[in-house]
Write a protein of this length. Structure first.
Length: 239
C-alpha cells in the first residue's frame, strides 16, 4: 500500500514538472496555488493544472486575426472568463501590449478571491486589463464583447448552472462576436459510462446543451495535445 502511495506521489511530481514546463508563464508557486485551489474547490476550478501556452495561442487566434485586420477606430472589447492564476491572461496581455495603436479593453472575470489576488498583483499595472472578482453570472457590463475567451470547467458544473452561464455569455457578446471555450478532449464521453441515475441524466443534458450550441454556431475546433490533459478548443460565432 505504502509503495502504491509513493508511486502516485512520484507520478504527481512528474506531472507537475511537465505542466510547469508547458505553462511557461507561471512560477512554481503559482502552480502550487492552482493545485491547492483545485483541492479546495474541485468542481469550480475543474482542472489540476493551468493551460499550456499553446492553448493560449489557439484560444486567442480569432482575436489576433481581428487585430491584424482592424482598420476602424472602434474599441475591441475582450472578456476572459475563469482566469485562474492568469496563464491565458498573460497571452492576452502580450497581444494587447504589442498593439498600442489599437483601442483594446480586456475584462477578466474570476470567481476565486485567492486567484483574484494573484491576478491583481500580476496585471494591476496594465491600464487596459481590469480584474473583476465575481461569478460570471453576476457580471453585467453596459457594453458587449467582440471576443469571449472562456476556460470554465463546464463538465464539472451542475447542468442548470452550465445552462445559465451559456445563456448569459450569449447576452454578453455582440452579434458576430466569437466565443472560444475549452473542454478536455474525450473526457465527457468517457465520463458518461461511469455515471448512473440522476448524475448520468444531468451529464447527458450538459453534453446535449453544448452539442446544440456547437451545431448552431461552431466555426472551428482544434485539439491541443500539448496540455495536461489534451484539450479541445471550440470557436463559436454567435450570430
Ligand atoms: C479550468 S480553470 C482555468 C484557469 C486558467 N484560465 C487556465 O486556462 O489554466 C477554471 C477557472 O474558472 C473559475 N471559475 C469557476 N466558476 C466561475 C464562475 N462562475 N465565474 C468566474 N470564474 C469561475 C475557477 O475559479 C478557475 O479559476
Amino acid at each position: 500500500m505504502k509503495s502504491h502511495f509513493s508511486y502516485i506521489r512520484l507520478l504527481s511530481l512528474v506531472f507537475f514538472m511537465f505542466s510547469a514546463h508547458l505553462t511557461k508563464a507561471l512560477t512554481w508557486d503559482e502552480m502550487k496555488q492552482f493545485f491547492n485551489e483545485f483541492r479546495k474547490n474541485p468542481a469550480t476550478v475543474g482542472a489540476i493544472a493551468p493551460s499550456s501556452s499553446l492553448v493560449g495561442t489557439e484560444i486567442t487566434k480569432y482575436f489576433v486575426n481581428a487585430i491584424k485586420q482592424e482598420t476602424a477606430t472602434k474599441t475591441i472589447h475582450v472578456l476572459e472568463v475563469g482566469a485562474g492564476t492568469g496563464c491565458l491572461t498573460k497571452v492576452i496581455e502580450a497581444i494587447v501590449d504589442k498593439n498600442h495603436d489599437i483601442d483594446i479593453k480586456v475584462d477578466v472575470v474570476e470567481i476565486s478571491p485567492e486567484f483574484c489576488t494573484i491576478l491583481r498583483q500580476k496585471f494591476e499595472n496594465n491600464q487596459r486589463i481590469t480584474i473583476h472578482c465575481k461569478s460570471i453570472i453576476n457580471w453585467n457590463p453596459d457594453y458587449r464583447y467582440d471576443f469571449i475567451i472562456c476556460t470554465l470547467p463546464f463538465n464539472s458544473f451542475e447542468s442548470t448552472l452550465m445552462k445559465s452561464i451559456i445563456e448569459h455569455l450569449q447576452t454578453l457578446i455582440y452579434p458576430g462576436g466569437v466565443l472560444s471555450y475549452v473542454a478536455y478532449a474525450g473526457i465527457a464521453d468517457i465520463k458518461k459510462h461511469f455515471l448512473w441515475g440522476n448524475a448520468k441524466k444531468q451529464h447527458l443534458e450538459k453534453i446535449n446543451t453544448l452539442k446544440s450550441l456547437r451545431k448552431k454556431y461552431q466555426i472551428d475546433a482544434r485539439t491541443v495535445i500539448v496540455n495536461c490533459p489534451p484539450i479541445r478548443i471550440y470557436h463559436l460565432e454567435i450570430i
